[in-house]
Each structure stands twice: as C-alpha cells, then as structure tokens.
Design a protein around this ligand. Structure first.
Ligand SMILES: [Zn+2]
Length: 208
C-alpha cells in the first residue's frame, strides 16, 4: 500500500503537470527505487536498534541473575503468584525453573520486557520484505506506461482498483466488512493522489 499510494501519487502529480510519458516512466522508476531502498533501510535500522536494545536489557538481566540469584528467584515466585499460583507452589516452581538458567532468563525477560530474546526478528528479512512489498505496490501504477500507455487513464483505473482491493483484503483478514476497508483505503489513497495532482497541475500550468 505504501508503494502503491506514494508512487501513484508521484506519477499522477507529475502527470498533472503535463509532462511526457517518458518523463513519467523516469519519475516512476526513480520513485520506485528511492522508496524501496529507503523503506528497506529504515526497516533494517529500526529492527536492528530494537534488537540491540533487547540484547542490552537481556545482558543486564543476566548480570542481575549472576549477582542476586535469590532476589531474582523471589521475583519469579512473585510473578508466578500473580498468575494465580498459591505462594508455596509459586516458590517451589521458581526454584525448579531457576535451576535451568537459560530457561529462567528467557522467562524473566519475557515477563519483564515483554519480548522473547531467543526469537528476535531478523533485520534482513524485515528489510527484504519491505523492499519487495514497496516495489510491488510502486510498479503497479507504472505498468501501463511501461507497456506503452501515453496517458494517465489506465494508471488511474489500476490505482483505484488496487486501493479498493487492498483495503478489502485487509478487512477480510481482520474480520471487518470488505466494502468498509476497501472504501477507507480508496478514500485515503484518492486524497493523496488528488493533492499531488493539484500541486502538479498548478505548478505545471504556472511555469509551463
Ligand atoms: Zn528478573
């Protein structure tokens, strides 16, 4: 959706300025490349920083376990008691879990930080997924031009259909009415494209 909306808006904005099909293809390809790589780089940095933060917190927790094993065991017993175990059983369970340092550390970090330190997301996978999905969306409004179209019409039709279909699919996955999800996505996408078309048209007519 990001790729579709941003590149369609770009193409429609430039098209609104009245440039040639060649200039639109050039703009669309540049927009596709720029957007895909900036999304991938942003995603990579974001996931990497998040993972580094988790690893730092885990290292801190590991240090606490080494220095204050009894306090950490009592903390675990309290956590288990909050889940409804009676205090005696919680204390016994905490002793047994704490006998396995790796499992204990994993449980502590999950309870205290809300993350599973042994199942951190891959930054490369996240970056790759962002790159591919952005490019897939961004190429759509460009396709008609790549296949020889000379006006915006087919791109506009593709854009509108893809917006509605994309919104409807997401709505389907989340169990909401499809026409609502599709309609909302359509409205937002059309507003973005209308704004860039307006800007392109204004500047195109004032300087051309
Ligand atoms: Zn702890």
């Amino acid at each position: 959706m990001d790729g579709l909306v941003s590149n369609a808006s770009l193409i429609i904005g430039v098209g609104g300025g009245g440039v040639s099909a060649h200039a639109i293809v050039l703009t669309g390809l540049a927009g596709l490349a720029a957007g895909s790589f900036s999304m991938a780089a942003g995603e990579y940095i974001s996931v990497t920083s998040q993972n580094e933060l988790v690893q730092a917190e885990v290292a801190l927790e590991r240090d606490m376990h080494a220095r204050y094993p009894v306090a950490e065991r009592d903390e675990l017993a309290q956590t288990l008691a909050r889940y409804g175990l009676d205090p005696e059983l919680a204390a016994r369970a905490a002793v047994e879990i704490s006998a396995h340092p790796r499992t204990a550390l994993r449980l502590h970090t999950r309870e205290e930080l809300g993350v599973d330190a042994e199942a951190l997301p891959s930054a490369w996978t996240a970056a790759g997924a962002s790159l591919v999905s952005f490019a897939a969306g961004a190429v759509l409004p460009l396709l008609p031009y790549l296949l020889g179209a000379r006006t915006l019409t087919v791109s506009l039709i593709l854009f509108v259909v893809a917006l509605f279909a994309g919104g409807a699919i997401v709505a389907q996955l989340t169990g909401r009415p499809r026409y609502l999800g599709g309609g909302r996505q359509l409205l937002l996408g059309v507003v973005a494209a209308a704004v860039t078309f307006g800007i392109g048209h204004l500047i195109g007519t004032s300087t051309g």
